[in-house]
Design a protein around this ligand. Structure first.
Ligand code: THU
Length: 165
């Protein structure tokens, strides 16, 4: 017989906005940059275009979009293209916010796009790297916007450097 001692219930919170127009002007601008970035995505296989815009502590904005490959797993998501590029250009400068948006060729996406598991892990690394939470603004082509104040909301019980001491 097993001896469970308790139940762990996790709770995640997201701010919800009816549309982009309800965000702060600087956050609207970041979403706009993510939407611009998705126009240049290289997605000839999925026809699913994702853009990301990363705001850094020094005010710089770095964009990324998904880059696909005929050998599918060799491609990379927009979020990691953006955040790795930010790390490459401005090592030591914390990531404050990442805005993500998407557009599909064959349907209208009315739901906010949510980063895949691997991108959540990559975002988590940058939170721990700079010991500073990253605000994550998720939007679709239209519809509501979800905002998380930290990757903790999307990746509870995450694996991080505390296991590697
Ligand atoms: N993709 C992203 O770039 N970010 C996400 O958050 C979800 C998925 C890309 C990967 C692939 O190029 C395409 O979308 C379909 O999965």
């Amino acid at each position: 017989m097993s001896k469970q001692i308790e139940k762990l219930t996790l709770h995640s919170e997201f701010e919800v906005y009816a549309s982009e127009a309800d965000l702060l002007p600087e956050e609207q601008d970041l979403v706009k940059k993510a939407k611009e970035a998705l126009q240049a995505a290289y997605a000839p296989y999925s026809h699913f275009f994702v853009g990301a815009a990363v705001l850094l502590g020094n005010g710089e904005v770095i964009i990324g979009n998904n880059q696909e490959n005929a050998a599918y797993p060799s491609g990379l998501c927009a979020e990691r293209v953006a955040i790795f590029h930010a790390g490459a250009r401005f090592p030591g400068v914390p990531v404050k916010t990442i805005a993500i948006s998407c557009k599909a060729q064959n349907q209208v996406i009315n739901d906010p796009v949510s980063p895949c598991g691997a991108c959540r892990q990559a975002i988590a690394e940058y939170e721990t790297r700079y010991a500073s939470p990253i605000r994550i603004i998720m939007s679709g082509e239209s519809g509501k916007i979800y905002v998380a104040n930290s990757i903790e909301a999307l990746l509870p019980l995450m694996f991080n450097r505390k296991y590697l001491k």
